[in-house]
Ligand binder design. Sequence first.
Ligand SMILES: CC(C)(COP(=O)(O)OP(=O)(O)OC[C@H]1O[C@@H](n2cnc3c(N)ncnc32)[C@H](O)[C@@H]1OP(=O)(O)O)[C@@H](O)C(=O)NCCC(=O)NCCS
Length: 187
Amino acid sequence: MPVKLVAPSLDLLPAYADALRRGWSADNVRGKAAADEELERISADPQGFVDSLDNPDSGGPPVRRVDGSLGPRLPSIRRWLWDDGFCGSIGLRWGPDGGPLPDWFPYGHIGYAVPPWRRGRGYATEGLKLLLPEARARGLDHVELTTEADNPASQRVVVKNGGRVVARESSGTLHGGAEVIRWRIDL
Ligand SMILES: CC(C)(COP(=O)(O)OP(=O)(O)OC[C@H]1O[C@@H](n2cnc3c(N)ncnc32)[C@H](O)[C@@H]1OP(=O)(O)O)[C@@H](O)C(=O)NCCC(=O)NCCS
């Protein structure tokens, strides 16, 4: 499959914005509200929006934590899955100074999303496979991921990339209180 990971850029931004206009969002929790917010930011400052997606040296505006408080942004990169056009988004974040993820960030190192009209073609599986060497190159020896227990598609994506279950959690605010599976992929 020719899918590749590309760094977000101004020339590719219209295809990403099209997906947002169709109601898709990389934010699996906030969905359309997050898509609408991003469209406003793109319209106000397209280059600023693109720049905000890649943040390998940390810095940038604070993020809202699960408990509602504001905290410093984790270092992160975003890549877009690209085939004959935009077909998904995948992000990697890691602990400050290369250390473990802090306790206040329970979502794991990697998150991904594929628009509904692009699903079932192996894009997420391939995207995760392509991102793992980038994680290794940034000094990580493993990555953790979380999936909802009732998200078999995402679980398949992790399993096909060598993931193993490390915990199941049935309460808390993570993923809106749904049962969550924690995974680990050794790099
Ligand atoms: C999860 C998601 C990223 C998968 O994207 P995708 O590009 O369609 O995934 P792939 O095509 O690479 O693989 C999906 C796998 O799940 C399987 N699958 C899909 N629906 C399934 C279901 N209901 N039950 C069991 N397996 C299912 C597919 O058969 C495929 O496995 P296979 O290759 O062994 O046949 C996509 O559905 C999505 O964006 N969902 C919403 C956001 C999300 O859940 N993100 C992950 C957060 S943890």
